[in-house]
Design a protein around this ligand. Sequence first.
Ligand code: ARG
Length: 459
Amino acid sequence: MSKLWGGRFTKQTDKLVEEYTASITFDKELAEEDIQGSLAHVTMLGKCGILPAEDVEKIKDGLMQVQSMIRRGELEYTIANEDIHMNVEKKLIDLVGPVGGKLHTGRSRNDQVATDMHLYLRKRVVDLVELLHKLQEALIGQAKANLDTIFPGYTHLQRAQPVLFAHHMMAYVAMFQRDIERLQDSYKRVDMLPLGAGALAGTTFPIDRHFVAEQLGFGRIYDNSLDAVSDRDFILEFLSGAAITMMHLSRLCEELVLWSSTEFAFIELDDGFTTGSSIMPQKKNPDVAELVRGKTGRVYGNLFGLLTVLKALPLAYNKDMQEDKEGMFDTVRTLQGALQLFAPMIATMKVNKGRMREAVNQDFSNATDIADYLASKGLPFRQAHEIIGKIVLYCIQNKKYLLDLTMDEFKQFSHLFDDAIYRVLQPEQVVDARAVYGGTATAQVSGAIERAEEELRRT
Ligand code: ARG
């Protein structure tokens, strides 16, 4: 089969080279974007008088035919045509004849492929933000249903201070909010048009890059042609935003896995979002959470892969850059898959309020509050801390919790204690006492929920 670039060659490409260098097996994912870009390009060639109107019409017609063939799954891609750009162009020429060969006027595959990827990511970023909003909604739903659910807050995975389960859910809402903002910010660099940069230096044809940008709905165009064909940092930004989002998801995954163990028994994931064991009939495994946690690795890998590909590449285009695609596609698919499952998995999660409360009643997570109590009575906090440490030790030795101590026992440690201490130590009081902005007090968490819902309504 003759190559679109065959003129300069006297021999056929080695079969293995053809296979090794082709990207069609994966860049066919850019088919829609490739046609979209070509339609805008050829319209511009007509508008600028570079191609006669009848040629433009024929080419557009042909491109639409190729597009419907692609949509019906009828276009047969071949490795001999290397990549999506040449597969589409070859088909176009087959369909409309030599006039199809005019499409590539004033354009190179270098600015073409960069344009396709900008178009591809522009749509995906919007879709992912939408999915993140859905996940936030599910988390807020759990927060609202658990404004009265107290459970142990941890540091070092040791019981620290009781918090509202709603507060914990809202912490993730805040993380995903920053992920959304990062994606939205990266969108500014995705929303730029490289087309018109040619192979690297621009083009001799009097094209109108702004007109193409307008047709494709790009906010700006690249200022420098060398940069336009060499830049892949818009993909790096996306990949790093995705990696951070996966890291957040993975932390939540870890908690879901822990919480659904018999040892914690804080939550139960819905049957629809868990799987069984082929040997142990009693098992209900949190596979989705585990797998999202596991897939975080490949998303990190994709970021590092591309950073390494680009490192030390001289300007402008180098074939190395063809390696920019698979990791990007894989990241979009992986993140999309995770988010699609996560929202309903969180929404259907059963929270075992009773078990959480039991945990709080059987620990020393209210110890800080007695220290604060003595400190508010004028004792230096360090001394109060020391005294409470001794009380906790006494309790452990006598198999008691703080609320089990009698007033006489309290008084052995400090004469400052009075009956009010029994109220101070109640979990509800412990939680509601943390009324600082951003704290776990019910009123603060309600405020956080209201703000988050308001933010969701605005988007
Ligand atoms: N398939 C190529 C890629 O993905 C398209 C650009 C090819 N340009 C070139 N000069 N060989 O990077």
